[in-house]
Design a protein around this ligand. Structure first.
Ligand code: CA
Ligand code: CA
Length: 380
């Protein structure tokens, strides 16, 4: 599978870093005093919100040069993971696709909770019929892909990925002196990748049915292409998330916990210090955990963020559209659904209308994907 393009030279990377540092400073300055205690979950720069995911370039330039995390210093060296593949998961892995009917729905909302994310306005969107993965792509799914193709993810090529501090061992944390300034709970961890979500001393062996993590947008596209599928557009993803319900917050309705039951893998406790795991999971959950929505789709919100096809933009026309695919170009790709790190106090993004973004080469311990298709793979 073709490797994604990325600026390889130190010069261009340094220039990009400078631009991003300036952007970061501009974004931080007016927000500093106002951000505290904002219950709508004010975004930190370029999507690095509490439960969001830091971006590779922005994170590099976010603190003093003496402590700057350096790709140059960390990228070289042998593959950090020469070990054998995980053994097969004894449990059967669901990988089914669900047919979704063509339909007209209300995308976005006129009652945005995080306005700067471009949740508004509500607009009528028509989508053709398509198929959607019922589940997030699991570690077992991704392992099949890697075993069949030899694919190497971007996190493996870069030699690192972002991991939420609360998931790291003390041993791994001791070796890191750099965090994302705006979201210090994100740490760049050498050797963190889909096989080792919390760094070299971790494994997916016992959680092959959990969503694959540390996959970039480019990795996700590679997987879906191999599987005879594609990434869903943001419109398709949101249509699928809503499960036929109109103007509701969540895939199942407006109440977060109907009858006191948890419907998604989110964060309970005080973010980021206390994670009670009341919903049963402090980290990711199996991709088939929690009730599906009316379309039979699992974990659309919560568990892992999910990449979509679209380039990121925050301004949308109110005109009715058919099969919108986002702007023709951009810097970031749209991700949807929030993750197990999302709490209303800091990152109220586990709503169908919510959205965030990352550069296509970014990866982290709360970001995965699922695929869509026009036709069932193999049916043609
Ligand atoms: Ca949880
Ligand atoms: Ca999800």
């Amino acid at each position: 599978m073709a490797a994604p393009a990325r600026g390889p030279t130190g010069g261009s990377r340094a220039g990009l870093r400078l631009v991003l540092v300036l952007q970061l400073l501009l974004l931080l300055r007016p927000r500093g005093a106002a951000a505290g205690g904002d219950e709508t979950g004010v975004a930190t720069p370029t999507g690095a919100c509490g439960c969001g995911t830091p971006q590779r370039p922005g994170a590099q330039g976010s603190t003093a040069a003496a402590h700057r995390y350096s790709w140059e210093a960390n990228a070289p060296g042998p593959d950090p993971d020469p070990g054998p593949d995980p053994s097969p998961d004894p449990r059967p892995q669901p990988a089914k696709m669900v047919p979704l009917p063509a339909g007209l729905f209300t995308m976005g909302t006129d009652e945005p909770q995080i306005r700067q994310d471009g949740e508004a306005p509500a607009r009528r969107v028509a989508v053709d019929a398509f198929y959607m993965d019922a589940f997030e792509v699991s570690n077992a799914d991704f392992q099949k892909f890697v075993n069949a193709t030899g694919y190497v993810t971007e996190a493996e090529k870069f030699g690192d990925s972002f991991v939420f501090e609360g998931m790291l061992s003390e041993h791994v944390k001791m070796g890191i002196n750099q965090a994302v300034a705006a979201a210090p709970w994100w740490l760049p961890v050498k050797g963190a990748n889909w096989r080792h979500p919390e760094g070299p001393d971790s494994t997916v062996l016992h959680r092959l049915d959990h969503p694959v993590l540390h996959v970039s947008w480019n990795d996700a596209v590679a997987y879906c292409t191999w599987a005879g599928k594609r990434l869903p557009t943001e419109a398709e993803w949101e249509y699928a998330c809503r499960g036929g319900l109109e103007n509701r917050l969540f895939p199942w309705g407006n109440k977060l916990q109907p009858r006191g039951q948890h419907y998604a893998n989110l964060w309970q406790g005080k973010f980021p210090a206390s994670n009670t795991g009341e919903d049963g999971f402090r980290g990711t959950a199996p991709v088939d955990a929690f009730p599906p929505n009316a379309y039979g789709l699992y974990n659309m919100v919560g568990n892992a963020w999910e990449w979509t096809w679209d380039w990121w933009a925050v301004h949308h026309s109110t005109e009715e559209t058919l099969n919108p695919k986002g702007p023709p170009s951009g810097k970031d790709r749209v991700k949807k659904g929030g993750s197990y790190m999302c709490h209303k106090s800091y990152c109220y993004r586990y709503r169908c209308a919510a959205r965030s973004q990352n550069t296509p080469d970014s990866s982290a311990s709360n970001l995965g994907f699922r695929c869509a298709a026009d036709l069932l793979p193999g049916a043609g």
